[in-house]
Design a protein around this ligand. Structure first.
Ligand code: NDP
Length: 305
């Protein structure tokens, strides 16, 4: 299997370099090798390489900045995935693409525990959410065989993210405020990468019979939490493991999203029902705390914090 990976230096892309390598011939590209701003070059790159699978982990992920940078966010999150999907179709390749809980905007979906299922009505509240939804739709409309994997609250060893920020603030501050009225599922970049590789392996083993697996899926760890409870969990665990912090868990104060006042509105309810993915690929999804605990343990053991 020849795989062309875009966005190799992001949180998920970094882990995909490891997870996809055993599947075959992997060509991993970062922004300097394939800038999504140049759509013609992107198309030519795919048509020249003629991969069996394209995996797109590149995206414009600066959610608040996107509010005032819509044209660029649209090019990276909507036009570029559309170009990749059309080129994938021309090569008879599969395309794997990541999307987001930010395509939803309402509280509560029609899935288990009120989580959103894939067919629930989308209603993005932000420029980022709208551009990501546009990208999804272009892939579905391209006719290429695809896995559009919607995920949420991603963190990894590589790159900046929520648990790392909380641990940094916990060394510098005596009190912080964290949003308590938004719920979702923290999902590790390495879990996403491993699940992607397992899904592609399943597709490869099915050979001609894999067409029915083409589609949109919700893929996160299991369970859910608020940002506030998540932050407390990270600090409690770090303290239990001997980290020297200035912040105690009870000094993490809950605030509403309205009080916090981010530039881009976030969905109040980001829980995604993963039943379709688990049933379709025969996979189980670990509890969100498992991988968060792993990251915090590694950071504390590494002296950070
Ligand atoms: P990151 O922001 O860590 O990585 C995104 C990558 O895209 C970076 O390597 C970046 O390059 C690259 N990129 C940005 N602009 C361009 C461009 N013009 N040309 C080429 N590459 C570019 O994202 P994540 O790994 O966290 O996210 C992976 C996917 O998951 C994305 O599709 C995202 O929308 C989705 N997702 C992420 C969530 C999260 O909480 N992070 C939640 C839900 C979904 P550079 O390193 O040069 O900046």
């Amino acid at each position: 299997m020849k795989i062309l990976l875009f966005g190799k230096d992001g949180q998920v892309g970094w882990e995909l370099q490891r997870a996809l390598a055993p599947l075959g011939e992997l060509h991993a590209l970062g922004r300097s090798e394939a800038d999504f701003a140049d759509l013609d070059a992107l198309r030519c790159r795919v048509l020249d390489e003629r991969p069996d699978v394209i995996v797109n982990a590149a995206a414009y992920t600066a959610v608040d900045r996107a509010e005032t940078d819509e044209a660029v966010a649209h090019r990276i999150n909507a036009l570029a995935p559309g170009v990749l999907a059309q080129a994938a179709g021309a090569c008879s390749a599969w395309i794997v693409h990541y999307s987001t809980d930010f395509v939803f905007g309402s509280r509560g979906g029609s899935g288990v525990g009120g989580a959103h299922v894939e067919t629930d009505t989308v209603a993005p509240l932000s420029v980022y959410g709208r551009t990501k939804l546009d990208g999804e739709e272009r892939i579905r409309a391209s006719g290429a065989r695809h896995l559009v994997l919607r995920t949420s609250w991603v963190y990894g060893r590589h790159g900046a993210n929520f648990p790392k920020t909380i641990l940094r603030l916990a060394k510098e501050r005596r009190q912080i405020e964290v949003v308590a009225d938004q719920v979702g599922t923290p999902t590790s970049a390495w879990l996403l990468a491993d699940l992607t590789a397992l899904a592609l392996y399943r597709i490869a083993m099915e050979r001609g019979g894999a067409e029915t697996l083409s589609g949109t899926y919700h893929v996160t760890a299991s369970g859910g939490t608020s940002w506030h409870t998540y932050a407390r969990h990270v600090v409690e665990l770090a303290l239990a493991q001997g980290a020297r912090l200035t912040l105690s868990p009870e000094r993490i104060k809950p605030v509403s999203a309205a009080e916090w006042g981010a530039a881009a509105a976030r969905p109040p309810d980001s829980l995604l029902d993963t039943g379709k993915f688990r049933a379709g690929f025969g996979l189980a999804l670990p509890a969100w705390r498992d991988d968060v605990n792993r990251l915090v343990t590694e950071l504390v053991a590494g002296g950070n914090p």
